[in-house]
Design a protein around this ligand. Sequence first.
Ligand code: GLN
Length: 482
Amino acid sequence: MNTTQKPLIEICGDVRAGKVTARSRVESYLAAIAAKDAEIHAFNEIHADAARAQADAVDAAVKAGRDPGALAGAVIAIKDNIVMREGRTTCSSKMLANYRSPFDATVIDKLRAAGAVFIGKTNLDEFAMGSSTENSAFGVTKNPHDTTRVAGGSSGGSAAAVAAGFCDAALGSDTGGSIRQPAALCGCVGFKPTYGRVSRYGLVAFGSSLDQIGPFARTVADATLVYDALVGRDASDSTTADVAHEPLAAKVAQPVAKLRVGIPREYKSSANSPAVAAAFERAIAAARAFGAEIVDVELPLTDLGISTYYVIAPAEASSNLARYDGIRYGHRAKLAPGEDLEDLYSKSRAEGFGPEVQRRIMLGTYVLSSGYYDAYYKRALQVRRLIKEEFDRAFAKCDVILGPTSPIPAFPIGGMKDPLSMYMCDVYTVNTNIAGIPGISINAGFADEGGKKLPIGIQLQAKAFDEETLLRAAGMFERAQL
Ligand code: GLN
């Protein structure tokens, strides 16, 4: 990845000043995609003509003396579970292989209004369920740093698109780590805002109490610029918070005075690979070196996050995915003579959903069924409360919590067969969503593996709605060049 590239804020300034055209920027990204995406498969669909038309409209506005917006000419890729009028929105599922949305998600409206240009839709694990993008119905996304390895997931296409130099930034969704983990594995920045900061209207729902949209970018400053355009109360999503937001892009380079960095003892786990453990130590040493106070904190429920998440998220998914029945939405199976409506539902769903999605639906309906509801779902909600309280106690002592994003770097494609080991990859990311707080992953160096350099990410988490501290602290770690 080329981090020596100009900051996005300057690039957009150049577009607004007429020094560079949005059209030429789109053409160079289209050329990069044409040269390399057949191998990487970051995209499900490229919107070349629509992107050119959007870019021309930006350039025409500049020529006419109008201001096209803060993201003028920024080329952005969109995860294929966020609806937009251009092209299809497939969620990388056979179920929605031909679905065309009649409307734009709120985040799409906002980016469009800010002058951004959409280059295409990125691959994901089907319905955002997974940590490797291997669960896509349309083929796996490869890690640009080593194409024999996964890009992470579920927003693997968005992470790979940024890392491969196919766009300036990308949008992803994060229910239990799906922005931060692929960002870590691909060596870019991935940022999940506080639950309620960004409208979910037009994001195909997975776990509605956990889902949040956020940006991938080359740098913390670039991610912040995109984030500034996304935030705000939206009448179409009643869970968006009415909390003031001051644009942070201009502030993000300012260090936080007297930053207190919390280090949970539980994050120094033996499950961390040696390269991840070393990156974590480098980050702690860097924080000391830039004058932060290092504070020991306790998050004893860290391990329970996985079981809590894998009850709550499937429960919500089983309800959200009930609409894909071949009648209201989605793939419709052909019936044999004598088959009835029940057969239509079950055949359509059996043909349309892949194995991981079916597993989640079964898990979800099981934990919600009478007799098991109290033992699983209600219990998980109680643990959710305890996890929130545990973070509150930690944030009484520190401003940000530092740890690994993923216990391991990118693993070989096809190398993780058992679903439970895949779920364990989310140990550091799911609790962020369970508590509804913001989290960001930035690069913290590389592991040497068979002659390839595999990126390692570190994660910072902060109090709900304290994105300012989170992003400014992330900038401090980024400048330390771990
Ligand atoms: N890997 C997690 C899962 O499979 C998280 C996915 C996500 O954040 N969308 O559910």
